[in-house]
Design a protein around this ligand. Structure first.
Ligand code: SAM
Length: 287
């Protein structure tokens, strides 16, 4: 028995989201598309075959094409040729939503540049599942993907994101999580609140919350396994004292009009315009 219906699909490339753990998290529409597409492509064909088997979808005579980062360039013409023949092509990455720290970006671009339709069948993604359980603000967030492997590059990467006014979301491997927490404490300070969401939707799902320092301490003797998302609460703009504000304004006033200097400093500091303007006027009187 299958929950999937065979449907008439319009020609185009269908990006399918697939489960990040629980197999039943696939949408009914994604099942319909898997049951009906003329051509199926997958980052990992074995994983997709398994998912199709679980949901009682047979491949029959349809081609199942591997498409991943290492063969994308060679495989794109084949998928484009199918679209040129008026076929429907379904693509799934190994888990979650294609393109989100997964292959699909180059394919989507090539398909839309060639003038064919790109269609989303949305569903699971670890970034959204992790935000949902985190308890951190979700009105604004920044998806930072995987940080670089080398420590220096990782710290620079973290620094760049220090003042982003939204929750930061990182994908991480269990092998690197301790180093990542060390670097986060160094760059963001130990007090910032964070969440580690592990194995979401799976048997050993675990969500740990606390300050970065507390999480680092709690995990220091533990080997983590499975798939991990780290979330960090939004950063505050650094406090600017009156002396630094005056210095910034004096610098800006060397080249800018008063109005432009105030606008530039407001943008750099995030301070209220009124406060910056008052200080600028005071400086104007004293110089
Ligand atoms: N495209 C996927 C998505 O939409 O989430 C992400 C693919 S990326 C190669 C894999 C990373 O996603 C893992 O290293 C982990 O950081 C995160 N991830 C995937 N499944 C997860 C899960 N069940 N629980 C926690 N994190 C998960």
């Amino acid at each position: 028995m299958t929950a999937a219906n065979r449907v008439n699909l319009a020609p185009g490339l269908y990006f399918l989201a697939t489960p990040i753990g629980a197999a039943r998290d696939i949408t009914l529409r994604a099942l319909d598309i898997l049951a009906s597409a003329d051509v199926i492509a997958a980052e990992d064909t074995r994983t997709l075959r398994k998912l199709m088997d679980i949901h009682g979808i047979t491949l029959d005579a349809r081609p199942l094409i591997p498409y991943h980062d290492h063969n994308g360039q060679a495989q794109r013409p084949r998928l484009l040729a199918a679209l040129a023949d008026g076929k429907s092509v379904a693509y799934a990455s190994e888990a979650g939503t294609p393109l989100i720290a997964d292959p699909g970006y180059q394919l989507g671009r090539a398909v839309s540049e060639a003038g064919y339709q790109v269609i989303a069948a949305p569903g699971p993604s670890a970034v959204l599942a992790a935000l949902t359980v985190s308890g951190l603000a979700t009105d604004r967030f920044f998806f930072a993907g995987f940080a670089p492997n080398a420590s220096g590059a990782r710290r620079s990467y973290l620094k760049e994101l220090k003042e982003v006014p939204g929750t930061l979301v990182f994908y991480e491997s269990p092998k690197r999580v301790h180093k990542m927490l060390d670097d986060m404490v160094t760059v963001y300070g130990g007090d910032r609140q964070a969440v580690i969401a592990r194995e979401l939707t799976k048997k050993f799902e675990e969500v740990m919350r606390g300050s970065l320092e507390a999480l680092k301490e709690a995990l220091k003797d533990r080997t983590l396994k499975g798939e991990i998302v780290i979330l960090v609460e939004r950063g505050e703009k650094e406090q600017i004292d009156e002396n630094s504000l005056e210095e910034m304004l004096l610098n800006a006033l060397k080249t800018d009009t008063l109005k432009d200097a105030v606008a530039n400093v407001v943008e750099q500091t995030g301070l209220a315009r009124r406060q910056v303007y008052q200080t600028a006027l005071k400086l104007g009187k004293n110089t």
